[in-house]
Design a protein around this ligand. Structure first.
Ligand code: NAP
Ligand code: MG
Length: 488
């Protein structure tokens, strides 16, 4: 591995008072693959760049793993499975606790790196992504020696080698969601992060080294979609866990069919966030903002369809626009920033395509005024008013800071409208009445329903979808079951 590294200074020069994070993070000029506990050169000898989407500055070169490298990683994981799966649960737990603690100790470094590589505001990577990633390791370390208690009367056994593929919106957190339950249950792992955001997964490999995790238990291979496909198709894999788009999820499901591999898919979403007239409106407005503008709307469970009861439409809209104007878009490393950079030029193009479609449909669009920085990829918080069910803005996942607003009169009407989507990942309900909450949680076809809150995550709580949002759950006991053979 190249010794060349650089300390990257955070950006300055934005047109508001900047208070950027000053912690310098060492980023190597090139990263190799982490296979069998060692950093190895990709046999392809190919690299691709990862950039900071807020500055378009190149951060590092990432190795592109070939089919041969995937094979080496799977073989290393298969070899490690022999001893890791036989290790008593309490011994596995010790490594996983260590990983969790090191993540906590290095939290600031991870937060800065995540923000630089992916564009999310430092406030979010610092307060959400990194602490939650550590929490997932802590939580699953606790289960490692208690699997018989989790599944009484059954004999839980690890499955084997898990191939795991993750997206770019929560790079470290998704790696933690996948790796922690897999290794707690005695499986071994080959994980591929997304092309634009590999740096924190690679740094997590450094944490595994520091924790003394036995070689081959977790292997990190980087690359593009073809690397992911090679992993999915490798015969030495017993379980595939994929988080990403519905489109790629369908491809994976087809290629796994008949192979005997276990599969869980966490895919896209188009969640309904429902505000009733009896809700605490100010709180609901906060929930709407958090639901759609958190992480620039690059959130599978984002509350991207807002349903407002007709009688409070004017009040909600007025308060929402007022609140939107207070959102600060800019340098993601500034702790005052609310809205960071769009993850890539490609994703920005997708979002802009939807904005022009909405305008072409004649929808009323409201977007925060104020410029965007000259370099980087940006989209101001946006909403479309009085969107029809048939509008493409209400139907397709935009994966950006774009809200589609619809109104309703009755509870039956909103249930029907909310469920009228091919997705079924999440939903939100804002009301003063517990009975309405219970009614809606049973009627809405969504894996997660938040009541009077939104985008709250916890390792104890299972997360996953229905319909085209995928199947299988991550988190809680349900998440453990996905990594075990459970026989009586
Ligand atoms: P994506 O294009 O499906 O990519 C996801 C991952 O799969 C990336 O690592 C990608 O590599 C890889 N990949 C691409 N083509 C592949 C193939 N043919 N076989 C195997 N792997 C392949 O999705 P994305 O654009 O990164 O992420 C956004 C999507 O993820 C959204 O739809 C969002 O809703 C969904 N998501 C869902 C959840 C959930 O829990 N349900 C959570 C987060 C995100 P490259 O990066 O190189 O393309
Ligand atoms: Mg990047």
């Amino acid at each position: 591995m190249s010794k060349k590294s650089k300390n990257l200074e955070p950006n300055t020069g934005w047109d508001f008072d900047p208070a950027p994070e000053k912690v310098p993070v060492e980023i190597k000029a090139q990263y190799d693959l982490f296979i069998d506990g060692k950093w190895v050169k990709a046999t392809s000898k190919k690299f691709f760049n990862t950039i900071n989407p807020a500055t378009e500055e190149k951060l590092s070169e990432i190795s592109e793993a070939s089919e041969k490298d995937v094979d080496l990683a799977v073989k290393a994981a298969a070899k490690a499975f022999g001893s890791w799966s036989k290790l008593p649960g309490k011994e596995r737990a010790k490594y996983i606790y260590r990983i969790a603690r090191i993540l906590q100790e290095r939290a600031r470094e991870f937060a800065v790196l995540e923000t630089m590589d992916g564009g999310k505001p430092i406030r979010e990577s610092r307060d959400v992504d990194v602490p939650l990633a550590a929490a997932h390791f802590f939580y699953h370390a606790g289960w490692a020696d208690k699997l018989e208690y989790a599944f009484p009367g059954l004999k839980p056994k690890p499955i084997g080698v898990a191939g795991q593929i993750i997206p770019w919106n929560f790079p470290l957190l998704m790696a933690a969601w996948k790796i922690a339950p897999a290794i707690a249950c005695g499986n071994t792992v080959v994980l591929k992060p997304a092309e634009t955001t590999s740096l924190t997964a690679l740094r997590l490999a450094e944490v595994f080294e520091e924790a003394g995790l036995p070689p081959g238990v977790v292997n990190i291979i980087t690359g593009a979609g073809s690397t992911g496909a090679a992993l999915v198709n490798h015969p030495g894999i017993q379980k595939i866990a994929f988080t990403g788009s519905t489109e790629v999820g369908k491809v994976i499901r087809r290629s796994v069919a008949g192979s005997g591999k276990k599969l869980t898919l966490e895919l896209g979403g188009k969640a309904a966030n429902i505000v009733f007239e009896d809700a605490a409106i100010d709180q609901a407005v906060e929930g709407i903002v958090n639901g759609i503008y958190f992480n620039q709307g690059h959130v599978c469970c984002a509350g991207s369809r807002l349903f407002v009861q007709e009688s409070v439409r004017e009040e909600v809209l007025q308060k929402l626009k007022f609140r939107m104007r207070s959102l600060i878009l800019g340098d993601p490393l500034d702790k005052n920033t609310d809205v960071g950079a769009i993850n890539s030029a490609e994703q920005l193009k997708t979002i802009q395509h939807y904005l022009s479609l909405g305008k072409k449909e004649g929808l009323e669009m409201y977007q925060n005024a104020g410029g965007t920085p000259k370099k980087g990829f940006w989209c101001q918080p946006t909403l479309f008013e009085d969107v029809a069910q048939s509008s493409v803005i209400a139907q397709e996942e935009i994966f950006g800071p774009v809200l589609a607003i619809q109104t309703f009169r009755t509870i039956d009407e909103v249930i029907q409208k909310a469920n009228n989507t091919p997705y079924g990942l999440s939903a939100g309900v804002w009301t003063d009445k517990g009975s309405k909450i219970f009614n809606l949680t049973s009627e809405l076809k969504a894996g997660v329903v938040w009541a009077n809150t939104y985008n709250k995550f916890d390792p104890t709580s299972p997360f996953g979808g229905y319909k085209e949002s995928g199947f299988g759950r991550e988190g809680g006991i349900h998440g453990l079951a996905a990594y075990l053979n459970l026989e009586g």
